[in-house]
Design a binder for this molecule. Structure first.
Ligand SMILES: Cc1cc2nc3c(=O)[nH]c(=O)nc-3n(C[C@H](O)[C@H](O)[C@H](O)COP(=O)(O)OP(=O)(O)OC[C@H]3O[C@@H](n4cnc5c(N)ncnc54)[C@H](O)[C@@H]3O)c2cc1C
Length: 351
């Protein structure tokens, strides 16, 4: 079969890229080996517009957040599943200093921060000596339904190869990609953290980052908010809660650690008044990089090969927007945001 694109990887990046290209009428084949602990499967699925101790807006969030809301809604409608809802973060300040920092920041940041008027509303569920701030709006995504339902759709359209991509089966020559018996004009890699070893893009400044989460049952805790105090309690699939996370830059394996589990348990015993039961403990690697900006585009030398990766901690907000931008570049040569275009590494990638 003559294809326009082969896409390797169906995490959030491969999902949005294949959706955009197929919507534009392109013939696509997605190759994905369905790893159980990919970054997208372990992620909590939160789009939080502010970040850090200084509570500043994340990069380009005023564009990314409304775009993401529309994209998840549109894709959800197409797949007959609800993928996005507003779910604000309630920030239980752990110290008087953090409380003050939030109040100070509120003077300038009125769009995304506020202080709930009824501060006692959560006393039944949590112990908290200081006040609560609210981050509003935040979005919560159902990433598992997104991956599962889009995968089903790909399979129905004969656009999925549920297997591992192996280089021995692939040859790239004369502006054509041949993968087993498939021929395509281009191949785009969306392999997440495995992209670090991609033979065309392994010189990019990736930075390995591990994150863990506890999955717990907390019967009776209202599911209309995300609760934060050092750790985040996020409503997850099957009426469970996702609790995390860590940002580990030095690690030797991707296994869950006893240390993190202990920390979460201790924190919950102090903070949460309701009983809880831990049912799982998961970990994955974020496809992070030193610049904290995505990598998207065609290889500066080998134009048959492309990349959509490097989403780091923010794949949920970055991937819908830049998948569309990358698609427009592929179809109409519309220039991409220079800070995202992989062409910014032309010198390194031309070696
Ligand atoms: C603990 C944790 C919490 C997070 N929370 C959030 C959050 O709340 N909000 C947010 O925006 N981001 C969050 N992230 C980051 C987010 O998960 C990533 O930015 C995003 O999921 C990356 O998506 P991806 O498609 O690039 O990679 P992945 O999701 O890893 O997808 C890559 C896919 O490629 C497949 N693959 C790889 N190599 C091959 C091969 N050779 N052959 C076939 N298939 C292959 C894999 O099986 C996988 O399906 C979190 C990450 C972690 C670890």
């Amino acid at each position: 079969m003559e294809l326009d694109y082969i896409i390797v990887g169906q995490g959030i990046c491969g999902t949005f890229l294949s959706w955009n290209l197929m919507k534009a009428g392109k013939k696509v084949l997605v190759i994905d080996d369905d790893q159980p602990f990919s970054s997208t499967k372990v992620a909590s699925g939160v789009i939080n517009p502010v970040t850090g101790r200084r509570i500043v807006r994340t990069w380009e969030i005023d564009k990314l957040l409304p775009f993401a809301k529309e994209a998840y809604t549109a894709l959800g409608n197409e797949l007959s599943v609800s993928l996005v809802r507003q779910c604000n973060i309630l920030d239980f300040h752990p110290t008087p200093q953090m409380e003050l920092a939030f109040r100070d920041r509120l003077v300038e940041e009125k769009e995304y921060l506020r202080i709930p008027t009824d501060q006692d509303q959560w006393k039944y569920y949590f112990n908290y000596p200081f006040s609560i701030g609210e981050i509003d709006p935040c979005l919560l995504l159902d990433l598992h339904s997104l991956l599962r339902e889009w995968r089903k759709k790909l399979a129905l359209e004969n656009a999925l190869l549920s297997t591992r991509f192996e280089w021995v089966d692939c040859s790239i020559e004369n502006e054509q990609v041949i993968y087993k018996d498939q021929h395509a004009s281009k191949i785009i890699f969306c392999e997440g953290s495995e992209g670090i070893d991609n033979r065309y893009f392994n010189l990019l400044p990736y930075a390995r980052n591990k994150g863990e989460a506890i999955i717990a049952s907390i019967p009776g805790l209202p599911r209309d908010n995300i609760y934060k105090q050092g750790i985040n309690l996020v409503p997850w699939q099957d009426d469970l809660w996702w609790i995390g996370s860590t940002y580990d830059w030095n690690f030797t394996d991707l296994l869950p650690t006893a240390d993190f589990r202990r920390k979460v348990q201790t924190q919950l015993y102090h903070w949460l008044k309701l009983p809880f039961e831990i049912v799982d403990h998961i970990a994955s690697e974020r496809p992070a990089n030193m610049e904290r900006r995505p990598f998207a585009g065609l290889h500066p030398v080998h134009q048959t090969v492309g990349l959509f990766n490097g989403m780091g901690t923010k794949g949920c907000s970055l991937s819908p927007y830049f998948a569309k931008q990358f698609t427009d570049y592929l179809l109409y040569q519309t220039p991409m945001e220079p800070l995202v275009d992989v062409n910014r590494f032309k010198k390194i990638l031309s070696r």
